[in-house]
Design a binder for this molecule. Structure first.
Ligand SMILES: *Cc1c(COP(=O)(O)O)cnc(C)c1O
Length: 458
């Protein structure tokens, strides 16, 4: 055992290696030393269990590998060929060129984020955005926070702390990532009052549940699941009628902020902020990075007085949106104002891509991969929007010649620079052109040429 320990390369010797000298130049001596020590510690532990220590070249190689992984520019650009438009693991919505420029502008210098340039006095980062959001949704006022989850927390903390919040039993749901409406209510200091049944709830159920201690009625869009069959849910208008009559504000979590009608694209209707406003809700909330197609953000729209109350709550500061997201969001909203959303916002370009252009691309890609064929398939919206809704598409399908080959091919595609994320179906790699951005196509074709061959060396 002692001999094993003696064979472990000493730190001084490792530091003399050319590759390590270069690592120190690129990063720092302390950072590299740390990494070497961590590796040596692990090796000592392994040796004490009876393993052989690595020789110097393999240890240096391993350290180089770890350094390049740990200290790479992150997050890395990835080509999304899954066909899932709002892929939460891949960062949801890619931004428009204008939004990217706006972010760059906000990040690279000073800006009038909180200054009124006419008076030279302090302004609010919310007032410009409130105007833009009100224009596209018809709301009296708006405010933007970190994400939709924080918008909900903030509104509940403002309207319902120490009070009861009435929610339909079918909507007391988990939205994803462990974000559960009942828990959020509890955390905001409110008490959940569930009404109706899982499948059927009526306006009169809400009416009957209201007491002098009711702080709000909360309506949550079931964005990641569907209840079908014998169902009923009151309309927003009916809820607002109950709320008005009983003096209780109606809060509406729309989930995705879909400003465009999804029906012309062959999709189910998605609640629109404009409809929420015209139904007369006190406040509505939605995400910036779902069907709005912008950066991560939580948008709160509604009655002027209600938005003012939410803005002045102490929690508002804790969930404040940063200037880069604000800049990107403003640019995204301008696309809607200019009526150019479907041509400028990437996710809307993806949703509105025609089968003809998708087929052409999938055929062209198929010609770069051995055994590749173009077949009809479906793309998903994803990101907790429009559950189960898909769009007809054409994909490049690369079948396995031996069982399990597709996994290996998908792995090689992920190892590519830039990494390509594909789908696997029936032991075949599936590449959907719908979610591949125009600027990514040549990289993808090259990768297919090099690695998407069923018998390429891995
Ligand atoms: C996605 C979603 C949320 C959470 O939104 P984030 O912006 O991700 O915080 C909340 N409610 C509903 C209904 C959702 O679909």
């Amino acid at each position: 055992m002692t001999s094993g320990f003696r064979a472990i390369p000493p730190v001084n010797r490792i530091l003399e290696e050319d590759a390590i000298v270069q690592l120190i130049e690129a990063h720092s001596r302390d950072a590299v030393l740390d990494l070497i020590r961590q590796n040596l510690e692990e090796i000592r532990a392994a040796v004490s269990e009876g393993a052989d220590p690595p020789d110097l070249p393999s240890l240096v190689f391993e350290i180089e590998h770890q350094a390049s992984k740990r200290w790479r520019a992150w997050p890395e650009r990835v080509i999304n060929a899954t066909g899932v438009i709002l892929h939460t693991n891949l960062g949801r919505a890619p931004l428009s060129d204008d939004s990217i420029q706006a972010m760059h502008r906000a990040a690279s210098g000073y800006s009038d984020l909180e200054m009124d340039l006419e008076t030279g006095k302090r302004g609010s980062r919310q007032s410009h955005m409130s105007q833009l959001m009100s224009q596209v949704t018809g709301a009296e006022a708006a405010m933007v926070v970190n994400n939709n989850a924080s918008a909900i927390m903030l509104a509940l903390a403002t309207f319902a702390v120490g009070k009861e919040v009435v929610v339909s039993r079918g909507e007391a749901v988990e939205i994803g990532g462990g974000f559960r409406i009942p828990d959020v209510l509890r955390q905001s200091g409110a008490t959940l009052v569930e009404v109706g049944t899982t499948n059927r709830t009526y306006a009169r159920d809400f009416d009957a549940a209201i007491t002098e201690n009711t702080g709000a009625i909360l309506s949550v869009h079931a964005s990641n699941f569907k209840v079908i069959g014998f169902t009923n849910a009151p309309t927003l208008e009916e809820l607002v009628e109950v709320g008005h009559r009983r003096g209780v504000p109606v809060l509406h979590d729309l989930g995705s902020g879909c400003l465009l009608d999804t029906v012309p694209y062959g999709l189910a209707p998605e609640p629109m902020p404009q409809q929420s406003v015209s139904a007369g809700v006190e406040l509505g909330f939605f995400s910036g990075d779902k069907l709005l197609g912008g950066p991560q953000a939580g948008i709160i729209i509604g009655k002027k007085e209600a938005v003012a109350r939410v803005s002045s709550h102490p929690l508002a500061r804790a969930v404040r949106i940063d200037k880069m997201s604000m800049a990107a969001l403003a640019a995204t909203v301008l696309h809607y104002i200019r009526d150019e959303a479907t041509s400028k916002i990437p996710i809307w370009r993806m949703i509105s891509a025609t089968e003809e252009e998708l087929r052409r691309k999938s055929e062209s890609w198929a010609s770069f991969a051995q055994n590749g064929v173009s077949v009809a398939s479906r793309s998903a919206i994803g990101g907790g929007s429009l559950p189960g809704e898909t769009l007809p598409t054409w994909v490049t399908r690369i079948p396995s010649l031996q069982p399990g080959e597709a996994e290996k091919m998908a792995q090689r595609l992920r190892d590519n620079n830039p990494p390509i994320v594909a789908r696997i179906e029936d032991d075949a790699v599936i590449l959907d052109p719908r979610t591949v951005l125009p600027g990514d196509e040549s990289d993808l074709r090259e990768a297919l040429n090099n690695i998407a061959q069923p018998n390429a060396a891995s």
